[in-house]
Ligand binder design. Structure first.
Ligand SMILES: Nc1ncnc2c1ncn2[C@@H]1O[C@H](COP(=O)(O)OP(=O)(O)OP(=O)(O)O)[C@@H](O)[C@H]1O
Ligand SMILES: [Mg+2]
Length: 228
């Protein structure tokens, strides 16, 4: 079993970042996983039961709009930091069951999302504080996962963790790189890289392992026991 942030780190983080001290935060749909790397090792890692779908739920509940509309509002108009908004913009919010469409200030949408984003980051920050690691982010923070695309999340992260924040993009794979060049593909890419490295290790060990009669008899025995 591979802990996903470690596989994600394989695809997105640089040697310098993991050595200097960097925080990887993967914001998924239902969960957020994070891992703090220092001197190449993982010092802290955990999974929180909050993800991007919770932002959608909050929007649906507070603005009383269908979940599909809440998801659209989040992606098209959402922002997690009020300071980034233009003054008096509004967004159209359809009502549940075909009621009239209302125009709501973007600021209201942002308030809902910022509250959730602050909750999420403050839980991670508290964990760093508890472990005396809040000042260890010399390499900054890397955001991955579909939820990383929430507008304003990186800027809020800079404020909460007092460090530089960048989006993680998968590295080290060929093929359809344009398609997978997104924070949402980091974990999948990392798992592929992890699998490839494990396979190469296995192949190397197999080639270098000395011939052993006992091993061969064991393999034959398990082959026959599979057949009967
Ligand atoms: N442009 C966008 N802006 C904001 N959120 C987005 C955007 N695109 C996708 N998302 C959100 O990303 C989430 C999916 O991300 P991801 O694919 O990383 O999740 P997952 O890995 O399937 O979930 P989990 O890690 O919880 O199992 C969805 O909740 C979706 O709303
Ligand atoms: Mg995920």
């Amino acid at each position: 079993m591979v802990f996903e942030p470690l596989a994600t780190a394989e695809a997105v983080m640089t040697h310098d970042e993991t050595e200097l001290g960097a925080l990887l935060i993967d914001v998924g749909s239902g969960t957020t996983e994070y891992a703090l790397f220092i001197e190449g090792e993982v010092l802290i890692s955990a999974v929180l039961p909050i993800g991007s779908s919770h932002f959608t739920n909050d929007i649906a509940m507070v603005l009383r709009t269908p979940f599909a509309e809440a998801e659209r509002l989040k992606i098209e108009h959402g922002c997690c930091l009020e300071g980034l908004l233009d003054a008096h913009e509004g967004v159209s919010v359809p009502a549940v069951a075909g009621g009239p469409v209302r125009v709501v200030p973007k600021r209201e949408l942002c308030e809902i999302m910022q509250a959730r984003a602050e909750e999420l980051f403050s839980l991670v920050r508290q964990d760093l504080d508890r472990n005396g690691a809040a000042e260890c982010l010399r390499g900054g923070m890397v955001l991955t996962g579909g939820g990383a695309k929430l507008d304003g999340l990186a800027e809020l992260g800079e404020q909460v963790f007092n460090c530089s924040v960048r989006y993680g993009l998968p590295q080290g794979l060929g093929g359809l790189v344009d398609v997978i060049s997104s924070p949402a593909w980091c974990t999948a890419s990392g798992l592929l890289l992890y699998g490839r490295a494990a396979e190469e290790d296995h192949e190397r060990n197999r080639k270098s392992a000395p011939f052993s009669v006992r091993q061969m008899v064991g393999s034959l025995r398990s082959l026959f026991s599979d057949l009967v």
